[in-house]
Design a protein around this ligand. Structure first.
Ligand code: ADP
Ligand code: MG
Length: 338
């Protein structure tokens, strides 16, 4: 066979695989866009676990009419200009890949009104193509994005999607994580027409625990210890649940507000729990460190990160968590001695 250049659509479909694996990957990208747009209210609706429809409505800054077409073009972003900007990222997104990837594997519609403009606009892609049409929209604020029939044009990927219930549960966990790290943003999540989660935003920082109780339940609030510790510009904070209490799936780690899945951080957490043979490992951990000490640009999904000093962060995390776990044990022992 001779060498030939793949068509843009096929090239984009292949590249999309790195960012989009299942409905939750689309939701992650869209929620991050809504947060980057300064939204304080984000409503998500799914049909069939997100396979048939993902809809996300925010009240953020919106998109200029003239930028709508560009928003669907690969490597087009309003968030960075030069590679230097990568050193001091203040937005969750920066690669300009999400919307173009979604456009190449689904039917997408974006309705948006730019803050301060009188008229909103809507853009959508043609059937089986990345060509787009634009028309007037009656949207009153922010942005509404609808993604239909994901992977309708890539059967090889469609068959790897799990049951509607499993896909929904993945999304629920992600929205729970964002609700925890963004207490000043309201989130709602509906599935097949039913409103299943609604977390109202808090305006007062004193109410953050109240909101956590709404998200994770009263058992979480009644059985946790808060911690905050600083070492060489690394700030660790969060809540450790009393090891006697088992909460289903309460393990959340954030890095500078991002949801991450990092080997160094996870290893440190496991090591601390292992020291005391604790089975019930429930925690919320916020790792905050200067932007230039972490590289987010490791993989398109941005779950992986690279730290400039793994060792220091790892050991600081182990010692902070160990101290918290000992403290919890002590409290328990004192209670049982009485
Ligand atoms: P990135 O987030 O990396 O810039 P995306 O493909 O996710 O790339 O989005 C492309 C651009 O579209 C963004 O840079 C932003 O300007 C705009 N955009 C996307 N979603 C929204 C939204 N919900 N509100 C406002 N602007 C948005
Ligand atoms: Mg984005």
């Amino acid at each position: 066979m001779r060498i030939k250049k793949l068509s843009t659509i096929v090239a984009n479909q292949i590249a999309a695989g790195e960012v989009i694996e299942r409905p939750v990957s689309i939701i992650k990208e869209l929620v991050e866009n809504s947060l980057d747009a300064g939204s304080d209210s984000i409503d998500i609706k799914l049909v069939n676990g997100g396979k048939s429809l993902i809809s996300i409505k925010d009240n953020g800054d919106g998109i200029f009419k003239d930028d709508l077409k560009l928003s669907l073009v690969k490597h087009a972003t309003s968030k960075i200009t030069t590679s230097n900007d990568l050193l001091y990222l203040s937005s969750l997104g920066f690669r300009g890949e999400a919307l173009s990837s979604i456009c190449s594997i689904s039917r997408i519609m974006i309705s948006s009104i730019k803050n301060g403009e009188k008229q909103g606009w809507q853009i959508y892609n043609e059937f089986d193509s990345m060509d787009t049409n634009i028309k007037l929209s009656n949207i009153l604020e922010g942005t509404l994005i609808e993604v239909r029939d994901m992977f309708y044009n890539i059967p090889a990927r469609l068959k790897f999607l799990k049951s509607d219930k499993t896909e929904y549960i993945n999304v629920e966990k992600l929205i729970t994580a964002y609700a925890i790290s963004n207490p000043h943003v309201s989130f709602s999540l509906s599935h097949n027409g039913k409103l299943l989660k609604k977390f109202n935003r808090v305006t007062d920082n004193n109410d953050v625990e109240k909101r956590l109780s709404l998200i994770l339940g009263k058992r979480f609030i009644d059985n946790n210890s808060y911690f905050k510790s600083t070492f060489e510009k690394i700030v660790l904070s969060g809540w450790v649940v009393n090891p006697d209490i088992n909460l289903p799936s309460c393990q959340f780690v954030f890095l500078n507000g991002r949801v991450i899945k990092d080997k160094v951080v996870n290893h440190a957490i496991k090591q601390a729990y292992k020291r005391y043979d604790i089975i019930n490992q429930n925690y919320i951990i916020f790792v905050d460190l200067p932007k230039d000490q972490v590289d987010i640009n490791v993989h398109p999904s941005k779950y992986e990160v690279r730290f400039s000093n793994n060792r220091i962060l790892h050991d600081f995390l182990v010692s902070t968590l160990s101290n918290m776990l000992i403290k919890n044990h002590k409290i328990k022992n004192e209670v049982s001695l009485d």
